[in-house]
Design a protein around this ligand. Structure first.
Ligand SMILES: Nc1ncnc2c1ncn2[C@@H]1O[C@H](COP(=O)(O)OP(=O)(O)OP(=O)(O)O)[C@@H](O)[C@H]1O
Ligand SMILES: [Mg+2]
Length: 490
């Protein structure tokens, strides 16, 4: 055959494994964090570098002024106003200067000077040092390539005078560059170390758990019916811990819902199949029991009609389920009926299962209810059968008494089914009326009460546990009177 078959479902590519869960390493959260940390630390280093390079320049200049001052003190007090050429050369080389001048009041004294005319490009006054100017001038020197000459002056520490140096800017530039290079290398090292530490901390605290969350979401969303994929939350108390627990709860819920749905769908199909063939089997059973009721034996005469009624009931129900198709019950076909008779009927039907159980049908002969006979029979049947099964679980010595009472007050009929069983298991109590949720007995499907509740609701009533304890349980069914007298509009 050529071409694609129409029955083939459209293939949906599963999300790539490197989807949100396994984000590619370079574009993931962790890589971005690493890059951002390095950038932020470098910015911080630059902000620290600017004032520090300006400070370095000022300290450098001041220390040269100090050296010159120390050297000049010896000569300042001597009688000889002029230094020899040799002394001047030594003086200048010791202070890395081209000229040294001391100004005292209006007197200005040239201590030493090279023998050539000097043209000064810039002046630095260390008495007034403005931060921004210092930074700007230090940066300008760092980037300038043209050699220049500057004048720097500041107050002397040993006397009220100003000392002034004329210097080539080469040595200062070289010192500034060495300093900057060292700071840059140091900054880089610090930023890398800090970034690595911050990164690892963030990685452990945030990135890894988030990655675990996102990987889990991806895996679970691809296979939500696999319970092994439900996240196992850590015991963290922070936001991530909260997210983990919420996600785990969500996945558990979803998983349970899906399983329940699947169960219901499987069951729906099974029920339809069973019903289909059951109808035929019941039809032959009807025929046999019909023939049976013609036998003269008195026991057979007594039991055969009950058998026939039970089979008829089953056949009718199988037929109606098939007719309505799905799990939805047919709308109740309501008629006025004696409640006591229905309870009696249930007792007889349950007789084979309730050997050893004392039955008390205390419903008043005159009490009438307006209900669908078959449906209400099933309600009482399910509740009573649960009671009998519960009492059986309590062991053979335990008291087994089942009492059905009813009263009509206001516009509501209340029906109570009380047993002397062991009480409802705490584990199933909250789930009693959820499909498959509330079965604590082996062999139970957990549908009995769900069916009963659905049927009671269709009659506008309620069903619930009135009380339960190790001494027994009471189920209460309430049934409001119909608003009008019409019987068959339900
Ligand atoms: N009278 C009761 N005393 C103690 N437990 C009860 C009583 N009635 C119901 N239960 C508990 O509630 C559970 C749910 O009852 P339900 O009738 O919905 O399902 P089931 O009896 O387990 O199965 P099935 O679908 O066959 O009826 C029972 O398994 C039982 O544990
Ligand atoms: Mg049951």
């Amino acid at each position: 055959m050529h071409g694609t078959s129409k029955e083939q479902p459209v293939r949906q590519d599963p999300p790539s494994p490197a989807g949100d869960g396994g984000a590619t390493p370079l574009r993931g959260l962790s890589a971005r964090l690493l890059v951002l940390t390095v950038i932020f630390v470098l910015i911080a280093e630059v902000l620290i570098f600017l004032p520090s390079v300006a400070n370095f320049r000022n300290v450098w200049l001041q220390s040269h002024l100090d050296t010159a001052e120390t050297a000049s003190i010896v000569y300042l007090d001597s009688e000889d106003p002029m230094l020899s050429d040799k002394a001047q050369r030594e003086f200048l080389s010791a202070t890395e200067s081209l000229a040294v001048v001391i100004r005292e009041g209006s007197m200005s004294r040239m201590m030493a000077s090279v023998k050539m005319p000097l043209s000064v490009d810039e002046s630095f006054d260390l008495t007034v040092m403005r931060p921004f100017e210092s930074v700007a001038s230090a940066l300008a020197m760092l980037v300038s390539t043209r050699p220049g000459i500057y004048r720097v002056f500041g107050p002397m520490k040993s006397r009220p005078a100003i000392i002034e140096l004329v210097q080539e800017d080469g040595p200062l530039k070289a010192a500034l560059r060495t300093y900057s290079r060292n700071v840059a290398l140091l900054s880089l090292a610090i930023s890398l170390i800090t970034a690595a530490l911050v990164y690892f901390a963030l990685y452990l605290m945030i990135v890894r758990p988030i990655r675990r969350l996102s990987q889990n979401m991806t895996a679970f969303s691809q296979e939500p019916d696999n319970a092994a994929l439900i996240l196992a939350p850590s015991d963290r108390t922070d936001e991530i811990g909260v997210a983990e627990r919420r996600l785990a709860a969500f996945e558990t819920d979803l998983h349970r819902t899906l399983r329940q749905r699947q169960h219901l769908a499987d069951l729906g199909l099974a029920v339809s199949k069973i019903n289909h063939d059951l109808r035929n089997i019941l039809a032959s059973a009807q025929l046999f029991s019909d023939r049976l009721s013609n036998l003269p034996d008195p026991t057979v005469q007594r039991l055969a009609p009950k058998l026939l009624r039970a089979i008829n009931r089953a056949a009718g129900y199988a037929q109606s389920v098939l007719a309505y198709g799905r799990a939805r019950e047919a709308a109740p076909d309501r008629r006025p009926l004696g409640l006591r008779a229905i309870v009696e009927d249930v007792g007889e039907s349950l007789a084979p299962e309730s050997v050893g159980v004392e039955w008390f049908n205390e419903v008043d002969e005159t009490l009438e209810v307006n209900v669908d006979a078959e449906q209400f029979f099933r309600v009482i049947m399910n509740v009573c059968r649960n009671a009998i099964q519960a009492m059986e679980r309590a062991g053979p010595q335990a008291l087994r008494r089942l009492t059905v009472t009813a009263n009509h007050s206001g516009r509501v009929t209340e029906l109570r089914v009380a047993d002397t069983g062991p009480g409802i298991d705490a584990a199933v109590y909250g789930e009693l009326f959820k499909p498959f949720g509330g079965s604590a007995q082996s062999g139970g499907t957990g549908l009995g009460l769900v069916i009963a509740a659905e049927l009671v609701r269709a009659h506008g009533g309620t069903i619930g546990v009135e009380q339960t304890s190790p001494a027994g349980t009471v189920f209460l069914v309430t049934l409001p009177d119909r608003e009008n007298g019409n019987d068959n509009d339900g």
